[in-house]
Design a protein. Sequence first.
Length: 140
Amino acid sequence: MHPIHFAIKTLTAAGISILLITPSYAATKPDSANSNSAQVVVENAKGTSQEEIATIDVLNEICPQILGQNNTKNFRKGYSNLLRELLPSIKNPVLSVQSMHTDPDYMNILANARTKAFAEKVEDNREVCLEVLHYPTPKK
C-alpha cells in the first residue's frame, strides 16, 4: 500500500485546508444489469463523498495539461488506480465517474471543485498531479 496518500488542497472559509484521501473510503453502486451506466452511490458515514470524487475528476481534466502530453498515459493509469482504491466495489470506477456527468447535482459539485482547483497555484496542482501520476496499483 502506498505509504502517503495524496492530499488535495481545498479552500475553506478560514483559508486553505488539506483533505486527505485514504483507502479506507468505500462506495457502492446500485444493483443494476448494466454496471457501466450505474451511478456511484456514496455511503454517507464512511464512504467517498461526491465532493472528493469531483476533486479527483477535476484532476483528470487539468493534470494532462499541467504534466504535459508525454505523461498522459501514466497519469490515466494512476488516476484509474486511485479510483479503483477509493471505489473498490465498482467494476469500472472511471466509467462510473464519467456517468455521473449526467447528474445535475454532481455537475454543480464538479463546477465548485473546478473553481477551487483553478484558485490554487499551478505548482500546488502540479504536486498533486505528480502524486496521482505515480499512484500505485491497489492491492486486492
